[in-house]
Write a protein that binds this ligand. Structure first.
Ligand code: PXG
Length: 468
């Protein structure tokens, strides 16, 4: 069937959901046939390989997905690190439906709508100290580019417009905008665009060192001194030219890279010394992933700006938020009151449906104490993931909060192939994990129970054992 031809009669395949049906989330969506997969140019996907052997998810509830052919698969990665409260949460569905019925859209430029302000206030209530201003975006990438622009404009507002240089980190991932790509440090994401990246950017070294830290439980103890590399970059470029340093407190996409004990505090000290803004990219660590609302609180290091997305709406509606220290916002509040202070924003900043989804999500997080549940589960989780030590080709295991990573030795000349085979085996056996290079990443919904932790780890260990 050609999807572009709209059938004249009612489609035999597509049934419209009855919003009153409490099992609305339980509908199995019909699977597209071969050939119908061609039009969708899939993101970060081996399109030809996928379309030759598609893996289609059709419905979701709680800890599980169901495939289009009805197989149950446990979600060990919370979608893509975003479905922190588990799937199919009716409170979110209902809040969004109600908002769409009341007012589907309202502009946020020179206009406002009440729940945008309510959401900002609620977010400030769980934010690190002093981070009491919130700028809304629609994704992690937009949050990052927004934060970088705020950092540069902040220095200009204070009469230091020459501070435009940005410092990122090797193996960092900050989304796919030109700003985020430029400060990011993942080679495959950069190499096609290398001539078009922002010019005034430098990178700190990453913190992964298997020689010193393999199989560390929790934060590694070796490597705090790597933060001192920032002093070297300051000496090279001069602090007066540097706007901001951006790091993920825990890097997820590059394969779960943990900060050595004391590393983030040291970065904070050096930034303070030189009046450089510190940006934490908390797109993955935000909203309870490591046992506090934000990593800034878990690690007791408060940045100047904090980028978030994903768990903000439990993945249900795209939304991001940049948290800012009051001093940064205040620096913009000068000049005539009729002047727009920051020439930046998105048509969908503070979209009403996204605000409704976020408010409902925060309600669930608070009622079910999900923003701290990862801390309660972390030692059980740690024991479970480290039980895979000794499985064939496992060269490192890393964990923190409800994050885990198993690193496999790459096959000679075929980086990533071994982990991808393990990913496929896990999926066949009913567990969805995530691979990046030869690292298998785990970040389950924060509602996970002990038996499900055991199922994930046993299946993964079995898949690793059965993969040459
Ligand atoms: N910053 C960080 C730290 C991220 O992890 C982004 C920014 C970009 O967010 P958007 O919403 O623009 O995609 C991310 C996204 C993975 C994986 O498997 C991670 C992300 C996205 C897709 C897959 O690790 N992180």
């Amino acid at each position: 069937m050609n999807l572009f031809i709209i059938p004249s009669g009612p489609s035999p395949k597509i049934t419209s959901p009855d919003p009153k049906d409490p099992r609305m989330n339980a509908r199995i969506t019909p699977a597209p046939a071969q050939g119908e997969l061609d039009a969708f140019w899939m993101p970060f996907t081996a399109n030809r390989q996928f379309k030759g052997n598609p893996r289609l998810l059709a419905r979701a509830e709680g800890m599980h997905y169901w495939t289009d052919d009805g197989r149950q698969v446990i979600d060990a990665v919370a979608g893509l690190w975003c479905v922190n409260a588990g799937h199919g949460r009716r409170e979110i569905t209902e809040a969004v439906a109600q908002q769409l019925g009341t007012m589907e859209y309202a502009p946020a430029f020179q206009m406002g709508h009440p729940i945008a302000f309510e959401l900002a206030n609620r977010l400030v209530g769980i934010a690190p100290p002093g981070m009491d201003r919130v700028f809304f975006t629609n994704s992690g990438s937009e949050s990052v580019d927004t934060a970088l622009k705020i950092a540069i404009a902040y220095h200009r507002a204070r009469g230091q417009g020459q501070r435009t240089r940005l410092i990122g980190r090797e193996r960092g991932y900050h989304g796919v905008g030109f700003g985020g790509m430029s400060v990011g440090g993942m080679v495959n994401n950069r190499k096609l665009f290398s001539g078009a990246l922002l010019p005034s950017v430098d990178h700190l070294p990453h913190t992964l060192d298997l020689g010193h830290n393999a199989f560390s439980r929790g934060l590694p103890h070796w490597g705090m001194h790597l933060a001192n590399e920032l002093e070297r970059l300051v000496a090279l470029h001069d602090a007066s030219n540097i706007a901001a340093v951006i790091v993920e407190p825990i890097a997820g996409s590059a394969g779960v890279l943990l900060p050595p004990v004391g590393y983030l505090k040291r970065l904070r000290e050096i930034c303070d010394k030189h009046d450089i803004l510190l940006i934490f990219d908390e797109v993955i660590t935000g909203f309870g992933r490591i046992g506090k609302p934000f990593a800034a609180q878990a690690f007791e290091v408060t940045p100047d700006l904090m980028t978030t997305a994903k768990g903000l709406t439990n993945g249900a509606i795209p939304m991001g938020a940049v948290f800012s220290q009051r001093k940064i916002y205040d620096a913009f509040m000068q000049g005539p009151e009729s002047a727009i202070e920051l020439f930046h924003g998105y048509t969908y900043s503070a979209h009403p449906a996204a605000c409704a989804a976020a408010l409902a999500t925060l309600g669930i997080y608070q009622r079910e104490q999900l923003l701290t549940r990862a801390a309660a589960l972390s030692s059980e989780w740690q024991e479970a993931v480290h039980s895979m030590r000794g499985a064939p080709h496992v060269i490192d295991i890393r964990n923190y909060g409800l994050i885990g990573a198993v690193e496999l030795e790459p096959r000679a000349g075929k980086p990533g192939a071994r982990a991808f085979d393990v990913f496929l085996k896990c999926f066949e056996r009913g567990v969805m994990v995530r691979v990046t290079g030869d690292t298998i990443a785990l970040s389950p919904p924060l509602i996970i129970e002990s038996a499900q932790i055991a199922q994930i780890v046993e299946t993964l260990a079995g898949a690793i054992r059965d993969t040459a």
